[in-house]
Design a protein. Structure first.
Length: 315
């Protein structure tokens, strides 16, 4: 295991170009600044003979840049791709790495990838995605799966409905590294519209129990476990706001419009608050965790919270 005092806590980078962060021998994160809508993170694990990739990217061009970064590191092209969830910024680029690579994910990730189709095209039709073929996981699991890349143990853990219904935590116990997918945003507003508020809080308990000191969030810079506290405080804020506003008969949009974000005002994509309130209201109404919401209503409310402007995809 790499000595803790050599591990990064927060990685700074200038500009907007993606960059690679070595985390441990054979383990790297791939960061796309500034981590806003559709600018996700990825990562890769290699023993010099085989490579496992964690997530891809939202466009063909960005997925090819990721592929170039893997090769530039001296690693062979991936033979496995793990998707942390089904959202297009993490899965669209799968097709760049198949059929050479097997795509692995939770069973619900496969189902949602197929059901959602060209999901980003529907939300942001103006973006040049390049040639994208929907490519779901072909190897699935339900609770836990372990993959070995040489001597490196890669544990895939499903925390239950959280960011989505099909999330995967990628934990490298020997290296003290965890790839969280969008269970964690560093510098951005958490987003639970397609998952669960209570489930996201439980996922934090799971993450804290992994004894991983290096945290690669789904969006934002590589960081440490302190980010869990920030995310939990935000989720508790949403929980409290939802409870009082729901009891008062206020709509999620009314509650979000009048909310004082306080310490969370500096987080990117603050319009997500209203989407998170919709999810919290659904749970207060007794709907199953991850039950589908009325997306047109939720997206419309987010646009209202964004000053009436469409939400911008940065890919």
């Amino acid at each position: 295991m790499t000595s803790a005092n050599t591990r990064p806590t927060t990685i700074e980078a200038d500009g907007t170009e993606p960059y690679t962060v070595p985390l441990a021998p054979g383990v790297s994160a791939y960061i796309q600044p500034d981590g806003g809508w559709c600018l996700n993170n990825a990562g890769f694990v290699t023993d010099g003979e085989r490579t496992l990739l964690v997530d891809t990217a939202a466009t063909e061009r960005r997925a090819k840049l990721l592929r170039e970064a893997v090769v530039a590191s001296g690693a062979p092209l991936p033979t496995a791709v793990v998707n942390t969830h089904h959202h297009g910024d993490h899965t669209y680029g799968n097709c760049v790495f198949t059929p050479q690579a097997t795509v692995i994910g939770h069973a619900d990730c496969r189902r949602e990838t197929l059901a959602s189709g060209l999901q980003l095209h529907l939300a942001w039709p103006e973006v040049d995605y390049g040639h994208i073929e929907v490519t779901p996981p072909t190897l699935t699991y339900t609770d836990e799966l372990t993959v070995h890349i040489g001597d490196t143990e890669v544990r895939l853990l499903h925390p239950g409905p959280a960011h989505t219904v099909g999330d995967t935590i990628v934990h490298l116990p020997g290296q003290g590294v965890v790839f969280t997918g969008d269970l964690i945003f560093n510098g951005g507003t958490p987003f639970i519209m397609m998952g669960s508020l209570s489930g996201s809080l439980r996922a934090l308990t799971t993450l804290r129990g992994l004894d991983a000191s290096v945290v690669v969030p789904g969006h934002g810079r590589v960081t440490d476990v302190g980010v869990y506290d920030t995310v939990e405080r935000y989720l508790r804020y949403v929980e409290d706001l939802a409870r009082t506003s729901h009891a008062a008969g206020r709509t999620p949009l009314e509650a979000a419009r009048d909310a004082d974000l306080g310490e969370f005002a500096t987080l990117r994509e603050s319009e997500r608050l209203v989407a998170n309130l919709h999810r919290a209201y659904a749970e207060l109404d007794g709907l199953p965790l991850g039950a589908p919401l009325d997306l047109l209503t939720v997206l419309g409310d987010m646009m209202t919270m964004n000053g009436g402007r469409p939400i911008a995809c940065h890919a």
